[in-house]
Design a protein around this ligand. Sequence first.
Ligand code: PLP
Length: 470
Amino acid sequence: MKYISTRGGMTPQTFGHILLEGLAPDGGLAIPEHYPQVSEATLEQWRTLSYAELALEVLALYITDVPRADLARLCQAAYDPTLYSGREMVPVKPLGEGLSLLGLSQGPTLAFKDMAMQFLGQVFEYQLERTDRTLNILGATSGDTGSAAEYALRGKNRINVFMLSPDGRMSQFQRAQMYTLRDKNIHNLAVRGVFDDCQDIVKHLSGDLAFKQRMRLGAVNSINWARIAAQVVYYFWGWLRVTTEPMQPVSFAVPTGNFGNILAGHIARQMGLPIHELVLATNENDVLDEFFRTGIYQPRRSHQTYATSSPSMDISKASNFERFVYDLVDRDTGQVNRLWRALDTKGYFDLSALRSQLTDRYGFRSGKSTHEDRLKTIRQVHEQYDVLIDPHTADGVFVGQQYQSPDVPMLVLETALPAKFGETIQEAIGEPAPVPRHLQQLLDLPQHVTVVDAEPQAVREYIEEHALLA
Ligand SMILES: *Cc1c(COP(=O)(O)O)cnc(C)c1O
């Protein structure tokens, strides 16, 4: 399997080559030359596999430059049941009337990002070992991504993590999660500023190419292909768990921010998984809902991006969306270039001529929810089914319910556990969300964090002093 760019300007590359890169050299995103097809017979054979075994089968279709025995070892390590709480790693939690949650948040940081990040940690370490290199991950986080990355990369050889977070602005639980890590390769830097300051510093330092090369800087952001590939696995897993008949259709509802999670669903569908509909749910930041209703894509400026009670979906520009548009325009890279140029010059593009294909050919539906909808849905699910869901998952349930059809099971991807967002849970049901037992003592452990000024120079000096340069 080789990878090409959505903008057409990259010679085909192996998985190992694109793994540690960000954008393709032409500014596009890496995408497989074709989507491997999974037959009905193969799907039936996969019914008895464990999660790690299924991950091996799916990922081996995309990662053909790692020997199968090695890939099996990486999958076993990433999807070791002891890393995930509960009796099942990825449980299906039935709500009622054909609606279930796909429990993707049993991992160490209680959010679905662990599912891909745990694999990324394994395959990064493997690839660095194989090519005798080191990597210093520089990132900014307001919560979920940073902690998932730290828990996936802690203790890994050849990798250091420098994670910037806004000082005093994350929840008590998020701070405890990140700052109590004691691994020598994890560096938490609390920046005296807001999340945007953290992100600006990362952009500034990664934009300094000499510094970037000298310090061997890298990223673990949501455009990383290995993360997308690892997310494809759980669509297969969910389908295998809720169906009893070959080729039985299932719909998925997906709380969406950067379009990473639902892109994986689109890819699973293109591979032949019988997905009836993919229901995209946004919060008040509804740029993608607007696109799937009208065919017009108009990202908002960051000052027009609302801070909502499903904060991990508060994005202005969906970084993975280009990979879907590439398929939508039948992989016409000239067209992709024209569209992204239009974004730069006019601030939007119009694909309304293709609007009917979004549903008829690709199975997409979409909707949005508000703070009130989330509170109502959390309350409703709690009262009706005695299940507590987090605000992001509530976005998915709220919109998913609008597209349910009687004969097709609907799986809502549970993207976080409620314990991470205690305040909104309190507001919805009048009591706090229970914190899993194994995390209760976390709040009492000592925290390790270096506070720095919101200046690139302060972070630059810290990295120069602590970077891993073999
Ligand atoms: C990251 C995240 C999302 C959004 O996922 P995308 O892949 O960016 O669409 C939704 N919910 C939670 C809890 C998240 O952490």
